[in-house]
Unconditional design. Structure first.
Length: 94
């Protein structure tokens, strides 16, 4: 049986540095985490695998790889682990 999942990654690359920047960054981190899970499933990668930005880039299409609106850098961890932003932290760190 072939199962096809359609995932829509929300654009987060528009640069907002006001009060909404936390949610823009959170959306970007969530999109990276989703792309990592898709990549792992496609490549049958074990959960301790750490994908690179290059591995995940194809999942973002014309929107491009997410960018933190406050200039933070995203640290991509192992599959299933939260993405951490140098400015906003991780989604579960709120």
């Amino acid at each position: 049986m072939l199962v096809i999942a359609a995932v829509v990654l929300r654009p987060s690359n528009y640069m907002r540095s006001g009060p909404g920047s936390d949610s823009v960054c959170a959306t970007g981190r969530g999109n990276i985490e989703t792309a990592a899970l898709l990549w792992a499933a496609e490549h049958k990668a074990p959960m301790n695998t750490v994908p690179t930005k290059k591995d995940l880039f194809p999942y973002f299409g014309r929107n491009g790889f997410p960018v933190c609106p406050k200039g933070g850098k995203y640290n991509i961890g192992a599959i299933g682990q939260p993405v951490i932003c140098s400015k906003h932290g991780a989604a579960d760190a709120r």
